[in-house]
Design a protein around this ligand. Sequence first.
Ligand code: HEC
Length: 130
Amino acid sequence: MKFSNTTLSLSKGLSHQAVTLARQIATAAVAATCLLALPASAADEPKGNVEAAKSKVSMCIGCHGIVGYKASFPEVYSVPKIAGQNDKYLQVALRAYASGERTHPTMDAIAKSLSAQDIADLAAYYSSLK
Ligand code: HEC
């Protein structure tokens, strides 16, 4: 094992203080990585951007109607009206489909493909419609 021999002789050459410092840095790096892996807290939830949503609604229009319009094909299935719906309600609904808490074949797939930012943008957009 060439690598570990090199590491060993390197460690031997280092002073005790340097090794301690290196360990502290490694611990800090691991802690930082863990922090990054945590789900975003409520405080840094993305802010919805109505303008940004305009390039994303093409995914929704086909079923949720022409922008601002209610439903598409009631004879096939009814689609809920989301235009003018409450911002938080829309976000909660989309996250529920994404997490599997709420299920619907198409909405599950769509919600899973959305980022937190997409959800915030789309909710801001649809809630801004009258
Ligand atoms: C293939 C058709 C289809 C597409 C595309 C689609 N939806 Fe839906 N959506 C539905 C149907 C049908 C429901 C009702 C499902 C149910 O009963 O839970 C629904 C439900 C929802 C709900 C919950 C509404 C409520 O009143 O609880 C939200 C929010 C929603 N969709 C947002 C979106 C957004 C945002 C997009 C685009 C990113 C989108 N949908 C794309 C068909 C679609």
